[in-house]
Design a protein around this ligand. Structure first.
Ligand SMILES: [Zn+2]
Length: 297
């Protein structure tokens, strides 16, 4: 009899324990960083992928968050929190860049950029919101195969193979522009602003220290030596098609695709290829995503 009572007691304790919910709800966001235009309203729940608790089910209604000020430009953070009935809590952060847009392009002059910590890494993300540290320069630049433009060693090895593969198929290919000194990029920018105005510069020039050309990992290429060599015509050329179909096999991506302007913050550039290594390039190619989407969802 004592044995039976003991058994029942243990049973009750065990089942009692099981009923107490000690598991925090699952809170998933579909992005880790987003950009929104200055003075627009922000839809907070749009970025919640899932808020679910094993005991309570869907807990989306229990999500709380701080509101961000979208009336000033800058990098803001939304802290999402969700609590289940038993008091278990989960949290997730979303970085929100409130930016000024000029057309579809982010205005880099007012944008608050992060300084990147890994400029030596071939997979580094540099754009209008991610800036190369002041004074950083690559230390392994070398001339490309057909002129005195330069790339970093690893990127250049890959580019040489890509270049030779194009040639072997009878495709015309000319290097136009590779590495750019930070001072040169600054000069381009300043001149453009001075001569044509800010709007023009935003449209046609990269902001100093936020240009991939300063990484020594990208190159502008053309199919022709005549006329406007870097135009959308590159896309329709044999070279443009070869970039689309084969560049990733050599570790390059088409960095600024036509349908991703709002995401990259840059206009369509069918001539600009960026080295990220074969593994990452293959992933981005297969999933049809940009570097921004890879890092920030
Ligand atoms: Zn370029």
């Amino acid at each position: 009899m004592r044995k039976i009572i003991g058994f029942i007691t243990v049973f009750l304790i065990l089942t009692g324990c099981q009923e107490k919910d000690q598991e925090a709800p699952v809170l998933l966001l579909n992005k880790s960083r987003v950009q929104i235009a200055l003075n627009t309203s922000f839809d907070y729940l749009q970025y919640v992928e899932k808020a679910y608790d094993r005991q309570d089910g869907d807990v989306t209604d229990h999500i709380s968050y701080n509101e961000i000020d979208t009336s000033s430009v800058g990098k803001k953070t939304v802290h999402y929190k969700v609590t289940d009935q038993a008091g278990n809590q989960s949290q997730k952060d979303l970085i929100v860049d409130v930016v000024e847009y000029v057309g579809d392009l982010i205005n880099p002059i007012t944008a608050q950029a992060d300084i990147v910590e890994n400029p030596d890494d071939v997979t580094v993300l540099v754009n209008k919101l991610h800036e190369i540290p002041k004074g950083w320069k690559p230390d392994d630049l070398e001339d490309v195969i057909d002129c005195h433009q330069q790339l970093r060693h690893e990127a250049n090895e890959a580019y040489t193979k890509f270049y030779q593969a194009a040639k072997a198929k009878g495709i015309a290919i000319y290097t136009i522009s590779g590495y750019r000194e930070p001072e040169t990029q600054q000069l381009y920018w300043d001149n453009s602003v001075k001569v044509f105005g800010e709007e023009h510069a935003i449209q046609y020039n990269a902001y100093p220290r936020r240009s991939e050309h300063e990484l020594g990992l990208c190159v502008d290429i053309s199919y022709t030596t005549e006329g406007d060599r870097l135009s959308e015509k590159v896309a329709d050329s044999a070279l443009g098609k070869f970039i689309e179909s084969d560049a990733y096999k050599y570790g390059f991506i088409l960095r600024y695709p036509q349908d991703k302007v709002r995401i990259t913050g840059y206009s369509y550039e069918p001539w600009h290829i960026r080295y990220v290594g074969v593994d990452l390039a293959t992933k981005l190619h297969n999933e049809n995503i940009t570097l921004e989407e890879y890092y920030e969802g």
